[in-house]
Design a protein around this ligand. Sequence first.
Ligand code: NAD
Ligand code: MG
Length: 409
Amino acid sequence: MNAVAAPSDTVRHDIAVLGATGSIGSSALDVIARHPQRLRATVLGAGHNVAALIELCRIHRPLHAVIADADRFAELRDGLASAGLATRAHAGADAVSELAAGDACDTVVAAIVGAAGLPSTLAAARAGKRLLLANKESLVLAGELLMAAAREGGATIVPIDSEHNAIFQCLPAATRLAAGERGAGLARIILTASGGPFRGRSRASLEEVSVEEAVKHPKWSMGPKISVDSATLMNKGLEVIEAHHLFSLPGERIDVLVHPQSLVHSMVEFIDGSTLAQLGLPDMRTALAVGLGWPERLESGVSGLDLLAQGGRLDFEKPDLEAFPCLQLAYDALAAGGTAPAVLNAANEVAVAAFLERRIGFLSIPALVAETLAALPAIPANSLEALQDIDQRARRHAVQGLAAHRLPA
Ligand code: NAD
Ligand code: MG
């Protein structure tokens, strides 16, 4: 019998981690640091937090560090110099995109939160990078353009969302992405959802929930925006749209099942009646290791799954669309097409930010998204400019709508 092949030690990757100071960024750096012979973080990027970025540079010694906030260039440059680091400082959103497309990396971990991640994600796709795509908002906002850019640029996309990464692992190699289009014998995909912190609660009981309760996810440790999205089930809605673009399937063939244990990360049903699932502990380092090692497997720091130790059962239930209307809003936006998903995403970003700032209540999030979708009916959109324009208009509309939902101070 042949020995089991060890991961090759000749493959080396230079990696840009954009959103390095966030939850996905730190999980990516954890996996990268486990494989110094093979993986090197050459570019680290963050939004505003210069101190946290410099601290990461101390540990990972990248060639380049970039802060999206253009006003913080001097702070970053001087901080790197006084830490005795040779890392070059850059600032501004354009610099983030230039580094994503540039020679300093062959792999980009797209882990910026929100539509702010779109330009650098697109730049990496056009430049033909290996793209570890966590920034789901860029797919929701401009999925067709992003997938086309990746095809034209020759980029390999590995989804870094536990569900889509699971589906990616379950699909046959030749048809991994855009599976529907290429006919992988796929019948449907089933995205699992933990149900979030408010699973089982009635709509009326959600009126007064606090920010602390909403961001306290039962199974995953994540950044604040996606944690709120998980509590409203908008996260699953965004993921339905994400799956539509990644796997070329219509919404009718993308189902959602609530699975409170969060051990089955998603399932793929084929036309012959087979269903394949990927299971594992809820820790994003597994998905990141799949992407960073691709097509080989890498040790991630995550233990294997002991189902008995996890309680010995896997439960499934239907999502409650009455209590969590955001999921239905996302299905409807996908069906409407054109600008609707961009409007959904923009209104949601505004509403979630206002909720996190305690300016509106939890149930105002779906209300604001629904109002914005109704006010800006879907029109066809096939250019980046048109999508960015509608993104801005939807944001303005949602910001104006906040007043009617404002909580008493
Ligand atoms: P986070 O809030 O923890 O981190 C966000 C990162 O983005 C930070 O490094 C921040 O500095 C950076 N950032 C913010 N605004 C920026 C800007 N304008 N320009 C450049 N950088 C900016 O968020 P997260 O939980 O790590 O999520 C990141 C992305 O990954 C989101 O799109 C989220 O939906 C997706 N995702 C996250 C998880 C998870 O487990 N955390 C799972 C699946 C998908
Ligand atoms: Mg997910």
